[in-house]
Design a protein around this ligand. Sequence first.
Ligand code: FMN
Length: 345
Amino acid sequence: MTAFERAVRPVLFRIGGGDAEKAHEFTLDRLGRLGERSRSLLRARYATDAPVEVFGVRFPNAVGLAAGVDKNGHALPAWPALGFGFVEVGTVTAKAQPGNDKPRLFRLRDSEAIINRMGFNNAGAAALAARLAALGPIGVPLGISLGKSKVTPLEEAVEDYLTSYRLLHPHADYIAVNVSSPNTPGLRTLQDKSAVADLLTALAGDTPVLVKIAPDLTEPAIAELLEVCLSHGAAGVIATNTTLAREGLAPADQPRAAEAGGLSGRPLTEKARKVVHFVHTETDGRLPIIGVGGVMSPDDASRMLDAGASLVQLYSGFIYHGPALVRGAARAAASHRARAEAETR
Ligand SMILES: Cc1cc2nc3c(=O)[nH]c(=O)nc-3n(C[C@H](O)[C@H](O)[C@H](O)COP(=O)(O)O)c2cc1C
């Protein structure tokens, strides 16, 4: 057991009588208040220097913070100190919105999983732009995840994404187009090839744009989407978002399985890796992939890279295993890269 698992996690998991969202808010608040001295102590312990270049961006290491952890960029300077080689903020929407009713975030502890139906609660693109302008660069690449405002009809989705894009792309090293959250009604229909084509056409510019996909798409649907990504200049694919499936849960977590929302963590590990493998083989490696979903150990990170990912992201793994996992995964990625380079020599 790491110090985090032994001493920190039990405290965080007891906050608010076990209310996962309260624990999340508390942690973000504390991380946002860390001073430079604390951050430099953390950095000395957790940061890994193992640079990689993907879609023209240089990353200090291959392990990033997944979208949804820090939606409004509240604790941005803390993430590199905890060892992350890049950070994806958001998902933000053009209009600020409260998200779904609470409770909307659940831990499934025996399964090392999470179910969420947050519904893009966020302060809006303009607020994030102001925050980023005031903060300046955070020392690692910043991805910004964009979604559709709930009140905007699907037919006006492109304009809605474009509003956020215009405000935020000057601050972003890449833009993630989130068309795969299960928690905004109709959003996943934007994974349809004509919708993705329209979005990629509208957001074309100097900032790399990646499309984040759901693990529940069929292979033919993914193949169609990849064709559009390749023909419309997407810089890469982020695979995957949470799943609507409920397989792989421990018996103790079965009652929670009925909660609506997306499932992440250990039950998603294999499913996400299979999607990454499919994307990699289908595109002959021509589209860089950020692999995300159930990376719960350094080995899972290596397997994600084996499957064809160039970078990985953590959400649930970080909640259950803390910053030692970030370090372990970043080191595993560095070894993976060294092995791959030795093989091609
Ligand atoms: C509480 C919660 C909120 C999330 N919010 C977002 C989001 O706003 N945008 C997004 O693209 N993905 C979001 N995700 C999905 C994660 O970024 C990630 O794709 C997914 O959880 C799978 O990774 P994991 O198994 O490491 O958690 C969220 C996940 C969780 C658990």
